[in-house]
Structures are given as C-alpha cells and as structure tokens.
Design a protein around this ligand. Structure first.
Ligand code: NAP
Length: 311
C-alpha cells in the first residue's frame, strides 16, 4: 500500500510517498481502507520531534490520527463493525496512529460509524478537533445552558466546532478571530464576534463563565482576565497554568489533552444528524501535497480543516 512516510525529524522534505506493507490486525482491531485522512497542528509538532509523544516513535514514521474510510476486515473480538461499514475516528492518539496511509489498523473502540450526512472528507476532518472541542466544553469546562463562553480562535479547526457545540449546549457564545474570518464565524452561530486585531478582548468581554482557549500563549492572559470570579479557563495550547494562576488565582485554569471516546463520538454523531454541527473542510489535497498541508497549518492562519486523499 502507499503511505506518507517521515524518514527523519525536521522539515517536510523528510516526507516521501512510499510502498509499505499493509498492516495486519489484532483481535480487537479493524482494517480500514482510508478514503481521506485529516491533519492537525499536533502532526507538524510531532514531525519536528518537539512533542512529549515524539519519543514514542522511531523512523520511518507514518504520522496522523484522523481517518475516514471503509472497514474491510474485522478482528475476531470485534462485534461493533462489519466489512463494508463506513467509519471515522481518531486512532491511538497520542501514540502512533499511522493514519497517512491507504490502510490503517485501528482499535474498533476508536472508531464510530460515519454519519450519513458527512462526506468521507468531512468525516476525516472531524475526529481529533471535535473530540477536543466537546471534551473541553463539557467534561472539563462543565458548560451549562445560559452561560457566557468565550472561544478564542473561533475560526480554527477546533474553534469552529467549539462555537457550534457551545450553541448546541445553549450557551451565549463569543468568538474571536481576525476580521477576514468574521463572516465565517458568524455563520457558525456565534452571538458576538470580536476581531482581535482591532479590538481589545480584555475590555470587550466582561464576566465570562468559561473561556475555551484554542490559541495559546498569545491569548491566554486575556482569557484569564475576562473571566468572572470562580470562572473556568480551559486551554488546549498553553501549558504553564502556574503563570496564569499567578495573575488570576480566583479561577479554575486547566490545560487538557484530548482522548479517544466512542461515547463522545456517538453524541457528536447525533448532533450531526440533527443538523447542529457542520464540519468546515477548507481544502482537500492529494497525499503528495502533505508538505503544503503542514506548511499551511504551521502558518496558524487556516480556517476550518485540511484533509488529504490518495485517490
Ligand atoms: N491539547 C489538545 O488535546 C489539543 C487538541 C487539538 C489541538 N490542540 C492545539 O490547539 C491549537 C489549535 O488547534 P487548531 O487545529 O484549532 O489550530 P488551527 O486550525 O491551525 O487554528 C488556526 C486559527 O487560529 C486563529 N488564530 C490564530 N491566532 C489567533 C489569535 N491570537 N486570536 C484568535 N484567533 C487566532 C486563526 O484565525 P485568524 O487567521 O483570523 O487569526 C486561524 O483560523 C494548536 O496549538 C493545537 O496543537 C491541542
């Protein structure tokens, strides 16, 4: 089978499309013929060797966690899927997921049936980002109907899904992005939009119950300042919460890491079926353009998601 192989830590020049053996499956796994695979910022961070989980890999590496495709074989213990099922999921995160490939062996527990409303490209764009948004808002953020939530980087891969999920949960949603993304963020249902390039977020937002910060070091201190006492700050891209708590000791501040959850994907599937959650695929690229996909992500300017395909 064909796969995008990373032959050394560093830049995208270390990627090559290569023929590699098709993976074999364990009893709890299924073999998926991949129709599309997604990319996330964690991919380029892993490519450079700079993440804590980079140490789990030895070259040659097949990066990536997000896939959508068709089940072609099931392990002896698998009862949840059968050959022919259309599935999607985040495979093995943060361990190697081997997703940049024509075939992926995945634990059945990491997959869900693909909602009929989604194309394979939309489904491949979703898993890591939508699980992060859902877990950040609910499991960690404890968002309740009627609360005021600020979503930093509302136009990004995680942010555009978080806006829609927060609206589905009944919150009052404020989203930040630069002005060029205002129309897009408003179509997601945000109640208020803030162009962070022209407006000071710290004065524009008062007494938020929850901030879901997907932007990181550039925004984290503003995020802390706009919370009401005992407010909750959930970050996915900034780790030094001791520094945040040093300036705002009266809030709950937490950096989270997404985890696989079949239950969460089942809830998300229902929201998609109900028309409450749409996945924005900004670009579909051939697998050969993996370097371009990583460069676009590294720019931090992408809107929605990028997916790739071998077809
Ligand atoms: N901890 C976890 O489990 C977890 C899971 C997923 C992602 N992450 C991390 O979370 C971060 C976001 O991921 P992502 O996939 O959403 O990234 P992304 O899609 O690359 O985010 C790009 C978006 O960020 C916006 N942006 C950049 N700087 C901003 C700022 N100062 N204020 C407001 N918006 C800003 C950009 O909008 P403009 O162009 O309009 O500025 C752009 O639309 C990454 O660092 C990623 O590694 C962590």
């Amino acid at each position: 089978m064909k796969a995008v192989v990373l032959n050394d830590w560093g830049g995208v020049e270390n990627f090559a499309i290569q023929d590699v053996p098709k993976p074999s499956i364990q009893p709890d796994q299924v073999l998926v013929q991949v129709k599309a695979f997604g990319v996330n910022p964690a991919d380029f961070k892993t490519r450079t060797g700079s993440t804590p989980y980079s140490k789990n890999y030895t070259h040659p590496i097949i990066l990536g966690w997000d896939i959508a495709g068709e089940v072609i074989e099931v392990g002896t213990e698998v009862t949840s899927f059968k050959p022919g099922d259309a599935v999607y999921g985040m495979v093995n995160f943060p361990e190697p997921g081997n997703a940049y490939a024509e075939y992926v062996a995945s634990p059945a527990a990491h997959l869900a049936l693909k909602p009929a409303q989604l194309t394979f490209e939309e489904a491949a764009a979703a898993p890591l980002a939508v699980l992060t948004a859902w877990q950040g808002l609910t499991e960690h953020g404890q968002l309740k109907a009627g609360e005021k939530v600020l979503i930093q980087a509302a136009s990004g891969g995680v942010g555009h899904l978080a806006v829609q999920l927060a609206k589905a949960l009944g919150a009052h949603v404020i989203g930040t992005a630069s002005g060029k993304n205002e129309a897009f963020v408003r179509t997601l249902g945000t109640d208020e939009f803030i162009d962070y390039t022209t407006t000071n977020v710290e004065t524009a937002v008062i007494d938020a119950d929850l901030v879901f910060d997907t932007a990181g070091a550039d925004t984290i201190f503003s995020s802390a300042k706009v919370l009401k006492p005992n407010g909750r700050l959930i970050s996915i891209a900034y780790s030094a919460m001791d520094k945040v708590l040093a300036v705002r000791s009266d809030i709950h501040a937490e950096r989270i890491l997404v985890h696989t959850s079949g239950n969460d994907l089942a809830i998300i599937n229902q929201l998609i079926a109900d028309g409450k959650l749409k996945i924005e695929v900004n670009e579909v690229l051939p697998a050969e353009k993996i370097g371009d996909a990583h460069h676009r992500l590294e720019s931090r300017r992408t809107t929605g998601k990028i997916v790739l395909t071998f077809e």
